[in-house]
Design a protein around this ligand. Structure first.
Ligand code: RIB
Ligand code: CA
Length: 317
């Protein structure tokens, strides 16, 4: 059996219930090598997202993986995120876990991003799962990471569907529109895994019960943190279960054939007084600007959810 060529992944993340599920999918997938986690505000405060990232590397048995703390607020705006309503104040659905033993890396998040990419030219896939503040600071600090990263696969945006935190904006982009605009125009290969596809993959309560029945440390953790998350979605009328946002980005890295993508010019509206954070995709081709983003426009949700279940429970797809 030929050696699987691992994809080396650096997450920038705000764990966060769905971030945690994406990071555990990475640790459960033989194609992925997690090389680091940088943390950012978003689903809750950055001190809490950092502690949660430390809990995740400990749970995965990889305390050696660097976790570097990053931005506590957007570049220019106050932090108005209400992510804690969705993910709980502790970012883990108010489920209780012991304090992590492992300590964060002494570097700040943007420095971890720059160091990791520049030390491994062409090898690192950067997977942002939260507001893009750290990523913007990293590429502003060292623009060469745009030429040295293998690709950026981010969960964020909404190209041809409504937003979630506003009629037009998805949470990660809305939380720091200026940072998102810097990232979308930095000249690196970006794949945008937005609400266009993440809202199409839904984990039902029955599906989550199948995961929980595996009774592994990863699935026990997921069972504990998803109860509050499901309750939130039910409370806003989303009764089928929970949309799968962050794991969709990692699933693209594992198997891009799960998704249909289309290159387009995408800009981020950071100037709108009332509706900032819209990802404006120009599908006009030649009449528009040159494409800068590979936009996911469809997903084979059944195959994706089968992959997730197989990786987390070992059950045959
Ligand atoms: O809009 C969904 C995104 O916002 C996900 O990354 C979720 O974790 C929150 O950060
Ligand atoms: Ca996230």
């Amino acid at each position: 059996m030929p050696e699987v060529q691992k994809r080396r992944v650096l997450f920038d993340t705000d764990p966060g219930v769905d971030d945690s599920m994406a990071i555990l999918l990475a640790f459960a997938s033989p194609e992925i090598e997690v090389v680091g986690l940088s943390t950012v505000f978003g689903n809750t405060g950055v001190d809490v997202t950092t502690a949660n990232a430390l809990r995740l590397v400990e749970l995965a048995g990889h305390p050696e993986i660097p976790v570097a703390a990053g931005a506590a607020k957007p570049l220019l705006r106050p932090n108005t995120s209400r992510g804690d309503m969705v993910h709980g104040k502790n970012g883990l659905g108010e489920a209780e876990f012991p304090e992590p033993k492992v300590k964060p890396d002494p570097r700040r998040a943007p420095q971890l991003i720059v160091d990791t990419i520049m030390a491994n030219p062409g090898e690192i896939t950067l997977v942002p799962l939260g507001p893009l503040t750290n990523v913007a600071l990293a590429v502003a600090t060292e623009p060469r990471i745009a030429q040295n990263v293998r690709e950026v696969v981010l969960m964020g945006g909404a190209a041809a569907v409504p937003g979630n935190v506003s009629p037009v904006a998805e949470a990660n982009i809305h939380n720091d529109p200026e940072a998102a605009r810097i990232v979308f125009h930095a000249g690196w290969p970006i794949t945008m895994i937005g609400l266009d596809v993440t809202m199409k993959s839904v984990m039902s309560e029955a599906y989550l019960a199948e995961l929980a029945a595996a009774r592994t440390p990863f699935t026990d953790f997921i069972a504990a943190i998803t109860r509050h998350y499901l309750d939130f979605y039910r409370s806003v009328g989303f009764t089928e279960g929970m949309p799968v946002h962050d794991s969709s980005a990692l699933a693209y890295v594992i198997d891009p054939t799960l998704f249909t993508t289309r290159h387009a010019y995408v800009d981020v509206d950071h100037m709108s007084l009332h509706h900032p954070g819209q990802t404006v995709a120009d599908w006009r081709g030649q009449r528009g600007e040159d494409p800068n983003v590979n936009v996911a426009i469809d997903v084979d949700a059944e195959r994706f959810l089968d992959l997730y279940r197989q990786r987390l429970t070992g059950a045959k797809a």
